[in-house]
Design a binder for this molecule. Structure first.
Ligand code: NDP
Length: 254
């Protein structure tokens, strides 16, 4: 059973995420989040990068699953399929990716805590919608929105995974330096991993047909598009032979 108060709360939390996305986008255009290649002094204590990834992403797996399994629709096919898509991404991101990266760096605790808070918020609105507040018919798996959204999600997931793997392979164990990634989408754009991530969450929003999914997709753009632009500037400043025609995020466009 969901109360009117919870339906209102859920709506406001999803609208709030949509509302904060534009200011976050503008802020991050001018102040790049200080982790990885953009690490800077003055952001307080740091923790090992691997630990940071596991801690900040854990709510997206564990809290999401806990909230999902409290919902009345938890054993219906469409919610289970959406749960599967979500966890396909987040189990990898939380418990596999951090152990694949060649991470010698620390990550500011401030970044870890803000991402953790965001993941709690995001897990609640998305998990609660798919297993309780939303309602999917028996035929939803054959609905064009679910089919197209799932296809988009899987394409994005594949791009994100391969793009991250190419970056990881640029370093040998113990190395911390940077080089120019080449080949595949990297010949056209600097950040195919971010492009893949955005496609995934727009795909998920379409497959779930939810305001919560759309809110997360928009927030992902607000978070990653400015970082892709900053990464391109960084490559141009760092490597004199960096190909100037390589865009940040969308081939031939930006
Ligand atoms: P980056 O592309 O900055 O880095 C990915 C990994 O590759 C890091 O270990 C980085 O090392 C290393 N690396 C990057 N470029 C090079 C290079 N030129 N040479 C050698 N090594 C390199 O990605 P992020 O860390 O920002 O994000 C990681 C993943 O998390 C991505 O898939 C991204 O889509 C996802 N993400 C999703 C968000 C969302 O809002 N949904 C938010 C943030 C990330 P180092 O750390 O030392 O720089």
């Amino acid at each position: 059973m969901s109360t009117i108060a919870e339906i209102d709360l859920h709506l406001w939390l999803a609208l709030l995420m949509i509302g904060v996305a534009p200011p976050v986008f503008v802020f991050l255009l001018f102040r790049t989040a200080p982790y990885g290649r953009h690490e800077r002094r003055g952001f307080g204590m740091g923790i090992p990068g691997r630990v940071g990834w596991v801690v900040m992403e854990s709510p997206a797996v564990l809290l999401f699953a806990a909230i999902y399994f409290l919902g009345d629709h938890r054993f219906q096919t469409a919610p289970l399929a959406l749960l599967f898509l979500w966890q396909l991404h987040y189990v990898q991101r939380t418990f596999v990716y951090p152990f694949r990266i060649r991470a010698g760096r620390t990550m500011p605790l401030l970044i870890v805590l803000s991402a953790l808070l965001f993941n709690v918020w995001n897990a609640y609105i998305n998990a609660r919608f798919i297993s309780q507040l939303g309602s999917y018919s028996e035929g939803w798996l054959a609905d064009p929105r679910f089919v197209a959204g799932t296809a988009l999600f899987l394409v994005g997931w594949g791009i994100n995974l391969r793009a991250d793997s190419i970056l990881i392979a640029l370093r040998r164990p113990g190395e911390r330096g940077y080089s120019i990634p080449r080949g595949w989408f990297y010949d056209r754009i600097c950040c195919p991993n971010y492009l893949g991530e955005m496609l995934e969450w727009f795909g998920f929003a379409l497959a779930a047909w939810s305001l919560a999914g759309l809110a997360f997709a928009l927030f992902t753009v607000a978070n990653l598009a400015p970082r892709a632009l900053a990464n391109r500037r960084w490559y141009l400043e760092t490597f004199p032979d960096f190909p100037r025609e390589r865009k940040a995020l969308i081939p031939y466009v930006i």
